[in-house]
Design a protein around this ligand. Structure first.
Ligand code: ASP
Length: 275
């Protein structure tokens, strides 16, 4: 899988450097292919509940009650780590790198987080996030219009967290020791897989297959967690979009493109202002 990723990165870079019609048509070919594949994934997702039902019955028939207990532990752990990452890591980064009050940031981001939570889609949250980052947090359009859409496409740290915990959970369920090298590989592939995850509901679970394969774990293991993934997807999407905004604020502050008056202003403007 790693070879495929490295090849894709190099291939993409080569396409972007290929001038003229050839580069353009290759680019639009892969763009269209991406749309078609996403459609196919969505079609399969409609079938997924029936398949998952059968897999879950088989799994819990073998595992019994301890299987359910473990699932509760997995669910709680992902939830706690997501919250700690969002409040702790982003809050600290904001405080240390910009000196700004993280509470103001989170208060202004609350609506965006709720929107991300209810749609479970970073892409659907993009317009409201962009508006909030510019009009409520005071980030200049030059920074916001680049960093927020880029973040919505590649910054999925909440997804990477879920994939890391899920891989360890599945390894333990199958009683497979992946070793230290395996854990390091999980960190690398979960980061890459989260970058490749589209900002729509449930895709983090699809790219989890790549992480599992990289350390030789059975992909069917995903069935164990699919039942509780929808709620975790909602939470991790809120974390993903908050990360995009936090980084935008940090970059804007370092580039002196942050309007502190707007940041400290208690009034929320984003709802009324156009993007
Ligand atoms: N739903 C997530 C997002 O849009 C992606 C995922 O983890 O499935 O950010």
């Amino acid at each position: 899988m790693l070879q495929v990723i490295v090849f894709s990165i190099l291939f993409g870079m080569a396409i972007s450097r290929t001038a003229g019609e050839t580069g353009k048509s290759m680019l639009s070919f892969f763009d269209n292919l991406n749309t078609v594949i996403l459609k196919m994934v969505m079609m399969l997702m409609h079938l997924a509940p029936y398949g998952v039902f059968c897999l879950l019955v088989k799994f819990f028939a073998n595992m019994g009650l301890p299987g359910v207990e473990n699932l509760v532990k997995y669910f709680s752990l992902v939830l706690v780590v997501l919250v700690v990452h969002c409040v702790g890591v982003y809050g600290l980064l904001l405080k240390i790198l910009t000196g700004l009050n993280p509470i103001i940031f989170f208060k202004k981001m609350w609506k965006v987080m709720v929107f991300a939570f209810s749609t479970a889609s970073s892409n659907a949250t993009l317009p409201i996030n962009l508006r909030t980052v510019e009009h409520d947090l005071g980030v200049d359009n030059k920074v916001a219009s680049f960093s927020v859409p880029l973040g919505a496409t590649i910054n999925m740290d909440g997804t990477a967290i879920m994939q890391g915990v899920a891989t360890v959970f599945i390894a333990q369920a199958y009683q497979i020791d992946i070793g230290i090298a395996g854990y390091l590989l999980v960190i690398l592939t979960a980061t890459l897989a989260s970058i490749g995850t589209a900002g729509v509901p449930g895709v983090g679970l699809v790219t989890l297959a790549m992480v599992l394969q990289s350390v030789g774990l059975p992909v069917e293991g995903i069935a164990m967690i699919i039942g509780v993934d929808r709620f975790l997807d909602m939470v991790r999407t809120a974390v993903n979009v908050t990360g995009d905004s936090a980084v935008s604020v940090i970059v804007a502050k370092s580039e002196k493109l942050l309007n502190l008056e707007i940041f400290h202003n208690k009034k929320l403007n984003a709802e009324n202002d156009p993007v």
